[in-house]
Ligand binder design. Structure first.
Ligand code: NDP
Length: 377
């Protein structure tokens, strides 16, 4: 087969580039060599694509986990999902072709199970986190010690990439234990595995979020700061997209990313958008912090389902601060979505059934409806 010499030279150059550097983005090439010399061969082919990577996603059973597992599995990567609870992982199985999503039972205190989860992978994501302390795990256990065990396993098996999902406002001097432990988790990860990519998402919204769902659910919402805390809410799908790009672009190693949306809102402003979208006014009750914080602590300890916690009350008094040194969506060529453009998508389920977009039925339609009912019966 005759190939034009210039075209042939370009082909050779792109092949050589793909082989000679580990930092070249994978897009457009079918072979990619990782830092440790592992060849990654990818072939596009719909649901039967071959992605080439083997990726472990800790914390895949949570809200954000599905948005990255789905992207990785559907492009043909093998995704290892460490899990604790049988029923929480089922939806992930269908994200990819048969055999692409592999489950391993894991305990955050069981080093052997963590090592078993990472040893065959070339990329590891850690999305494990908790908003509140539980009976068995403090925030320190989850964000610092848990991270330490995972990163030690990553370093032991010389995994190519480690991506740690931390949090906005991660700060060792914060008044919130959540933000403090997230910052210490980052520090531990970087000290053991310096190539760690740190991702700090802002409060995320999406179908399974704890933002729009909390504001849309009927009932009394108890707060302490009149919902005046301000942040840049981010779309869960944008976070998934960013996490996937990091897998294919080795220049993101050792970097810190702050992922936040384009608009700054207070919770009260979001609550107003929610009320407008669902044609209803949800009741918000403001309690003084000195009463609500100790009560939240007692409720968190006494009840076995998530209600709130003293630290979550504390976080109501902390606005999001963006780290100017960190990279963001712009560096990944992603245009983040704005919350106000997606409220209909995520909140229509909360509308009362007496609100629908169709005009009232005519007499003729009502008669026909009766006929259909008769036929169905
Ligand atoms: P979720 O709470 O929905 O999921 C947390 C995940 O961590 C679950 O898979 C959960 O497993 C796992 N996990 C928690 N505690 C333990 C433990 N002790 N042992 C083993 N696994 C555990 O969180 P999101 O998906 O919303 O968030 C993902 C990450 O992003 C977290 O680290 C979170 O702190 C961070 N983040 C999230 C934000 C958001 O708005 N969603 C904002 C800022 C940061 P299981 O299902 O078994 O409970």
């Amino acid at each position: 087969q005759c190939v034009h010499p210039a075209k042939r030279q370009a082909q050779l150059a792109s092949r050589t580039a793909a082989f000679s550097t580990t930092t070249a983005p994978r897009a457009g090439s079918d072979v990619h060599i990782t830092r440790t010399g592992k060849p990654i061969i990818s072939v596009a082919g719909g649901r039967s694509s071959l992605g080439g990577h083997t990726v472990t996603v800790f914390g895949a059973t949570g809200f954000l986990g599905r948005y990255i597992v789905n992207r990785l599995a559907r492009s043909g990567n093998t995704v290892v999902v460490p899990f604790r609870e049988e029923m929480k992982k089922r939806h992930l199985k269908v994200a990819g072709d048969l055999g692409r999503v592999v489950f391993i039972e894991m305990d955050l205190r069981n080093t052997a199970s963590i090592e078993e989860s990472v040893r065959h992978s070339d990329v590891v994501y850690n999305l494990i986190g908790r908003d509140y302390p539980t009976k068995n795990f403090t925030l320190e256990d989850v964000h610092v010690e848990g991270t330490e065990r995972i990163v030690e396993a990553v370093a032991k098996y010389d995994i190519d990439r480690f991506i740690q999902v931390s949090s906005y406002n991660a700060d060792k001097n914060s008044t919130s234990e959540f933000f403090r432990t997230k910052a210490r988790g980052e520090e531990v990860a970087r000290s053991i595995f310096p190539e760690t990519t740190i991702v700090r998402p802002a409060p995320a919204f999406g179908y399974e979020d704890r933002l729009l769902n909390k504001l849309g659910t009927p009932g009394n919402l108890l707060t302490s700061n009149h919902m005046q805390e301000r942040y840049w809410p981010v779309h869960a799908i944008d976070i998934g997209m960013a996490l996937e790009k990091m897998l294919h672009d080795d220049t993101t190693a050792s970097e810190t990313y702050e992922l936040y949306g384009p608009t700054n809102y207070s919770t009260a402003e979001i609550a107003a958008l929610v009320d407008k979208e669902i044609f209803s006014r949800r009741r918000h009750i403001n309690l003084p912090k000195r009463l609500w914080q100790p009560a939240a602590k007692v409720l968190n300890a006494a009840l076995w389902w998530p209600v709130t916690s003293a630290d979550q009350v504390e976080r109501e008094f902390i606005d999001q601060v963006i780290d100017k040194k960190a990279k963001t969506f712009r560096d990944l060529d992603i245009e983040p979505a704005d919350l106000k453009d997606l409220t209909f998508e995520y909140l229509r389920g909360y509308r009362s059934s007496s609100f629908y977009d169709l005009p009232p039925a005519t007499e003729k339609e009502k008669r026909e409806e009766r006929q259909y009912l008769h036929v169905i019966d």
